[in-house]
Design a protein around this ligand. Sequence first.
Ligand code: SF4
Ligand code: SF4
Length: 336
Amino acid sequence: MKTSALPMVSLNQTSGMVPSFEQVLGGYHPLPLKAQSVSTLQVNVGKVCNQTCHHCHVDAGPQRTESMSKATIDKILEVLDRTPQILTVDITGGAPEMNPHFEYLVEQCRVRDRRVIDRCNLTVFYVKGKTHLPQFLADHGVDIVASLPCYEADNVDQQRGKGVFDRSITALQSLNGLGYGMDGTGLMLDLVYNPLGPVLPPLQVELERDFKEELEQRYGIRFNRLYTITNMPISRFWDELCEAGQLEHYYTLLLNNFNPLAVDGLMCRSLLSVGWDGRLYDCDFNQMLDLPVQPESQAWIDRFNLTELEHRPIVVGPHCLGCTAGSGSSCGGALT
Ligand code: SF4
Ligand code: SF4
């Protein structure tokens, strides 16, 4: 793609020194970009995490205190009660299991017959008071999406912290023992890969094949699908890029690999993200950039209005280039 004729905007986390996302998108797609449905509610129950990964777009860690209250969870359940179009509740964080009301949220969503996804870092199962969770998740038929950026210990520990790889492997073996990732159980175990640095992920289908072979041969681990996710140039990864002087290089990489075929499947077009305080966003990335859905006055779970939200204009910025580069990227992996 030629970029020289496009006006440039200045570098910060919501408008980089690159053509704006809309300027690029407008060459291929009607503007504004609009949602097409709300079939998934992605609930970010807080920023508390037992890990402090280098690339974390949430800036999560043990010292964070933001955590969704039971009152806000009850408002989400009220929305589910009157919105059958929402089929999936995708629970994320931080480490979502660190929220004291996590099990309540899971139970109540399953009672309402929704598919529930737990975005799990695996090491949380070793936190005091959380060791029963693998069995709890299996008993409630919760799908697990677990982070494992490599099948080599050094690479995982470099990105996610010392000792994380070994504990992740043991946790995956335990999940297999409960039936997760095994044929015929219905217990889905998916893995998430993101690159270690400022590069695009490899082809998802090829990497999934490698992960399956390596994890089975080395550790006897089986799983269902591998999702490749592009590192978004925000939060901690943004800081890393700035420190390494690679911010412009990374944005240029994303821009040069803009893929119009990824636009139809962008997750913001069928997903709505709920923040720990009940605020609504187009996605978890916009949530971290403090860009609520528009109009902002309506961007709260207790003002949820499906008619307005399902075709809302989406708030976009240069970070969106992370979702449209290469094969495309979303919480469900590659888009093309
Ligand atoms: S486990 Fe996930 S939420 Fe926690 S610090 Fe790492 S990337 Fe962030
Ligand atoms: S970051 Fe991705 S998912 Fe979020 S609004 Fe931009 S394109 Fe949509």
